[in-house]
Design a binder for this molecule. Structure first.
Ligand SMILES: [Zn+2]
Ligand SMILES: [Zn+2]
Length: 314
């Protein structure tokens, strides 16, 4: 946070470079298994039009909302990474379990990396800054170890609050197996409805298409929202609010400059036109008594002396 104290004008003084990409690749390990998995799921997406099955597509939409919007946007991001509201413990664990079924890593891994992104945003240590390249920020970074996160201990140091909960530790440990189990369940349900073809259709649609969609909707924010869009706040990074990303695809996650300015706010949309579906979900939870201590942003326009808290976590 201290490195970019002067605000947006100082952005770029310590940019990441292609050299960072080379260091990641040669020193800190490439994950061929992860790479093959990503290729395999994308090939399955290409095959999807040959396996159209409306029940499988409906299951994909329901699971997309549960594991993507609720699991990643509301759960992993606003709740676990930033503590922007307080639900009952069973619901917090449910959000963690749902997020883990999006194949984006366990909750401790995801949250530690994300908090680190806020701390080092657009600097040389930022895990996914587009200062390296657009494709690096969009997806290449996931195939390499980050030098600061080579073991679970270093991840835990950025997510001690989550590591105290044995259920979240369990979800972290078994997240790969739970995804495999979900795929097996999808195959069994599909097979029971329509034999082998049904099994393949359910695995492709409710498994691969859903996961690839959530991946790209999550990762596109890392790339586009640190390059293009407008800024409400002069944060110490290059975060941007992007209308298209926000409304069309990401449940309000695209008001990213607002989010970097006030990371703890449950609302990422701060102005009247900045629609934010994930915040609406949190408001509904608040209404029915399942969310307390919902963090709200300052009222727009901001007071003269308002200073954003770029890089602060949770
Ligand atoms: Zn965040
Ligand atoms: Zn960001």
């Amino acid at each position: 946070m201290g490195r970019h104290k002067e605000g947006v004008d100082s952005f770029g003084s310590e940019r990441a470079s292609v050299f960072s990409l080379a260091s990641y690749a040669t020193i800190h390990g490439f994950h061929p298994l992860g790479f093959c998995l990503v290729i395999a799921l994308h090939l399955a997406v290409i095959a999807a039009p040959w396996y159209v099955d409306w029940r499988a597509i409906f299951a994909a939409i329901v699971l997309f909302i549960l594991t993507g919007e609720l699991g990643i946007n509301v759960g992993y991001h606003r709740l676990l990474a930033h503590s922007s509201f307080r639900p009952p413990r069973w619901l917090k664990r449910t959000f963690a379990a749902l997020g883990s079924l999006s194949l984006q890593g366990g909750p401790i891994t995801w949250v530690s990396m994300h908090r680190f992104h806020h701390r080092e945003s657009d600097g040389a240590l930022d895990p996914h800054t587009p200062s390296v390249s657009f494709l690096w920020a969009e997806f290449l970074w996931v195939f390499f170890d980050h030098p600061n996160f080579l073991d679970l201990k270093s991840k835990i140091s950025f997510a001690r609050d989550l590591n105290r909960d044995p259920v979240i530790r369990f979800i972290e440990r078994w997240h790969a197996a739970s995804n495999l189990l979900l795929f097996a369940i999808l195959a069994i349900v599909g097979a029971s409805l329509d034999g082998t073809r049904g099994a393949i259709a359910w695995v492709i649609w409710a498994g691969a298409v859903r996961i690839v969609a959530i991946w790209h909707l999550t990762f596109i924010v890392n790339a586009v929202n640190h390059l293009w869009g407008y800024r409400n706040y002069k944060t110490n990074d290059n975060s941007r609010n992007n209308l298209w990303i926000s409304i069309l695809v990401c449940f309000g996650e695209g008001w990213h400059n607002n989010h970097h300015a006030v990371p703890r706010s449950a609302a990422h949309g701060h102005r009247w036109f900045e629609f934010d579906l994930a915040f609406l979900t949190i408001l509904i939870l608040e209404k029915i008594g399942l969310a307390k201590n919902v963090q709200r942003p300052p009222r727009f326009p901001y007071p003269e002396n308002f200073s954003p808290k770029g890089g602060v976590y949770p």
